[in-house]
Design a protein around this ligand. Structure first.
Ligand code: MG
Length: 381
């Protein structure tokens, strides 16, 4: 029986993870869940799954849950609550599915304790990949990716040596605008951008998919997860999202991870690894797939992807600036303050103005994140 912590249980990864866990009551027990913006759903999850501990956003939410469930000592609050959950509770696996920079603190606590982290939070590896992976290695902490692309690569690499890899080929759905002309990007509405063709996800990541920044982050994550240099990571657009990613080896052989898209597959793999548990989430029938297509991404049209490759090359604090600036830019777009085509412009403004340094420690990461946000908020509000 593995004890599981789900940080971010009310988001789409968290909800899917609870579905997986509910199918294997003899394999997994739920130690703790956390929710930030959807207290009603969190309360429903508590009723259904009865976790020993819960983390909520603030004291007010904690009070509401205490009145509803009548328990006193099992609710933690805010960022410190996440730190306690990851750093002090007794668990085997942390599913880190919190959105945003807030994922970094629990990730650090988990790797320090040598825990397995099923990682769905992007920011952790984008902003602090070098720090997190080196602490994880030192403490024997396994980081197993939940993101469909990295999970496919992880599976392709099983039994292989990393020095035998010629390149990783990350597939991208291309988002809803892969065939939209660049000249009309200015007119893209929030509603159009939130309508992703293949995956149902939260707002932030859906916009990141539409700009292809999501793929850019995945390139940076892949570098740290698989300890490869950036030139060995390639992106190819594959609108059907059936090939989740591929690995080409030095002899020219290629392994690919395929299935119809369903996030429960990679979540279950990461929770059960190295076991494989029986499931019937998808039925990938090749005779019904008709065709799978692939083409190169247009880096001029999707400038965010180009910026991510650029930041990977710059390294140091650049990916942290990229991440913070992107989060602000996406919020500006969602709030109707900038048009879709200006998301990359906001990010470039940050990269041009924030100081770049190499080998940052975790304190520098936190301060450059804050400074980047402050700079952009005062510039654009
Ligand atoms: Mg992905």
């Amino acid at each position: 029986m593995k004890k599981v912590l789900i940080l971010g249980s009310t988001g789409s990864i968290g909800v899917n993870a609870l579905d997986v866990i509910s199918r294997f009551p003899e394999k997994f027990s739920l130690e703790c869940i956390s929710g930030h913006n959807n207290l009603d759903l969190l309360a429903e999850q508590i009723t259904k799954f009865n976790p020993r501990f819960v983390v909520v956003k603030n004291d007010n939410d904690a009070e509401i849950l205490r009145q509803k469930f009548g328990k006193k000592n099992d609710i933690f609050v805010g960022e410190n609550g996440l730190r306690i959950a990851a750093g002090e509770l007794d668990y085997d696996i942390m599913l880190l599915s919190i959105v945003g920079f807030a994922g970094l603190v629990p990730a650090l606590e988990g790797v320090k304790r040598g825990k397995r982290i099923a990682i769905a939070n992007k920011e952790t590896l984008v902003v602090a990949g070098e720090i997190i992976t080196s602490i994880a290695e030192k403490n024997g902490s396994e980081i197993i990716p939940v993101d469909s692309e990295h999970n496919a690569i992880y599976q392709c690499l099983a039994g292989e040596r990393i020095e035998d890899v010629r390149q990783l080929i990350l597939t991208a759905s291309g988002g809803p605008f892969h065939s939209t002309p660049a000249e009309t990007f200015r007119d893209i509405t929030v509603e159009q951008a939130l309508n992703h063709p293949n995956w149902k996800m939260g707002n932030k990541i859906t916009i990141d998919s539409a700009t292809m920044m999501n793929k850019g982050f995945e390139v940076i994550e892949a570098k740290w997860l698989f300890n490869l240099n950036g030139e060995k990571i390639k992106v190819i657009v594959h609108p059907q999202s059936v090939v989740h990613s591929m690995v080409e080896f030095v002899d020219g052989s290629i392994k690919a991870g395929l299935s119809l898209p369903d996030m429960r597959l990679p979540i279950q793999y990461a929770l059960a690894y190295p076991e494989r548990l029986e499931s019937n989430y998808v039925n990938t029938n090749f005779s019904k797939l008709h065709k799978l297509t692939f083409y190169d991404p247009d880096m001029e049209k999707f400038r965010c992807l180009k910026l991510a490759f650029h930041c990977l090359e710059l390294s140091g604090t650049a990916p942290c600036i990229l991440n913070a600036a992107n989060e602000i830019a996406v919020n500006l777009f969602l709030d109707g303050k900038i048009s879709f085509d200006r998301i990359s412009e906001v990010i470039e403004a940050a990269l041009d103005n924030m100081p770049l340094s190499q080998n940052p420690d975790i304190d520098i990461i936190f301060s450059i994140d804050r400074e980047t946000r402050n700079f952009l908020i005062s510039k654009y509000n």
